[in-house]
Design a protein around this ligand. Structure first.
Ligand code: GTP
Ligand code: MG
Length: 360
């Protein structure tokens, strides 16, 4: 079956218009191969048509010739069924699709203002900053808010939380829910957590995310953090190109999922160096161009005493402004004295806006 958006029409978790085309409709693919493909995260004819021969042959344990023949057969089927025509949509249909975009409140109205109303679906939002800057706290707060009805700033949905650093704490989500006078048991049931141990494990989970998004009725996918495992495992310049290529593959899958399923993808990222070292700029995101280009919105977080400063660093349409928020028992929260709306509209320097080069 192929998953396509049509006229931006999405509702509940039946966001997708399922086109009546099964992977077994492809010439030469029977139930056994379909099962192998499914295990490799290839669920639709389109997934197969855009797969790479090298990767597919490894994933399904076949020769490169066999993998190539499947890909060519999938492309032929798409052409013959004129489904590729659906890859083009008119601008008014694109606008309709944008109108299906939803926003989730962050817990701080100041941060929501910076994001022009909250975290968007159909986009990848990246929070990066030094340790303790509040990245994981934002993620925990979103777990509590996402389950809330749309009129209360939520998405009435589940959350998929991919924890690469072992820092997810269900008791913190429970505390945030209680402090916000929300039902903790209902919220905890709506969060599906996956602790991943190495970069290959993370890539595998991302490959198969489409299925989990459906199963858990999720509108938010959180990856906290996107880079730590790849950064630790691919140390040294010799392996940098390989690391960037693998990160790139994963991020493109995330962008596609965000659009097809109308979900918000939140990734957290580290800064290039810790501020207690003399080398490197602690305001530069790790991961270089690959993450910079994949993120629709990039927000830099910084500690300022007890408070946090969030700065919009990259966005197709948000002003490059900054704002202050804090972290309390309610999770992400507004400063007491300002209450809300502390967003400053002054633009940041050109240097701040640059997407950083691949770290050394
Ligand atoms: P790394 O993952 O280490 O890179 O940092 P991070 O940006 O994810 O930091 P995180 O979001 O975990 O923020 C940690 C900070 O949040 C702590 O230093 C505290 O200031 C604050 N914090 C965490 N839990 C609580 C809590 O229960 N109550 C309050 N008031 N603050 C908390
Ligand atoms: Mg963290």
């Amino acid at each position: 079956m192929n998953n396509e958006l049509e006229n931006g029409e999405m509702s509940g978790n039946s966001q997708m218009i399922m086109i009546d085309l099964d992977i077994q409709d492809i010439e030469g693919i029977g139930p056994t191969t379909a099962k192998k493909l499914k295990e490799a995260g290839i669920l639709s004819v389109m997934d197969l048509a855009v797969a790479s021969t090298d990767e597919l042959s490894v994933d399904i344990n076949s020769s490169k010739e066999t993998a190539a023949s499947y890909i060519i057969a999938a492309q032929r089927l798409l052409r013959e069924s004129h489904l590729l025509d659906k890859e083009f949509i008119t601008a008014d249909a694109a606008l309709q699709k944008r109108k299906a975009m939803l926003r989730c409140a962050t817990g701080s109205t100041a941060l929501d203002d910076l994001l022009l109303g909250g975290i968007e679906t159909q986009a990848v939002t990246e929070f990066y900053g030094e340790f303790g800057s509040g990245k994981s706290q934002i993620c925990h707060t979103l777990c509590a808010i996402a389950r809330q009805p749309v009129e209360n700033g939520g998405l009435n949905s589940g959350v998929i939380y991919i924890d690469t650093e072992g820092t997810f704490r269900p008791e913190r989500v429970e505390q945030i829910a209680r402090a916000r006078e929300l039902d903790p048991s209902e919220i905890l049931k709506s969060v599906a957590v996956c602790k991943v141990y190495n970069s290959s494990h993370l890539e595998l989970i991302v490959k198969d995310l489409g299925r989990y998004i459906d199963d858990f009725k999720a509108k938010i996918v959180i990856i906290d953090s996107i880079i730590s495992l790849h950064r630790a495992e691919f140390a040294g310049r010799g392996t940098l190109a390989d690391r960037q290529q693998r990160l790139n593959g994963m991020l493109h899958k995330l962008i596609r999922l965000a659009e097809i399923y109308n979900i918000a993808v939140i990734i957290t990222n580290q800064v290039q160096s810790s501020p207690d070292t003399f080398f490197g700029d602690p305001t530069k995101a790790a991961g270089g161009n690959v993450i910079g280009h994949a993120s629709t919105y990039r927000i830099y977080l910084r500690k300022s005493g007890e408070n946090r400063i969030a700065k919009m660093m990259d966005s197709p349409y948000h002003p490059y402004s900054d704002t202050r928020f804090t972290i309390t028992e309610k999770g992400t929260d507004d400063l007491e004295e300002t209450g809300k709306k502390s967003t400053s509209k002054k633009s940041t320097s050109k240097k701040d806006k640059e997407i950083e080069e691949i770290e050394e």
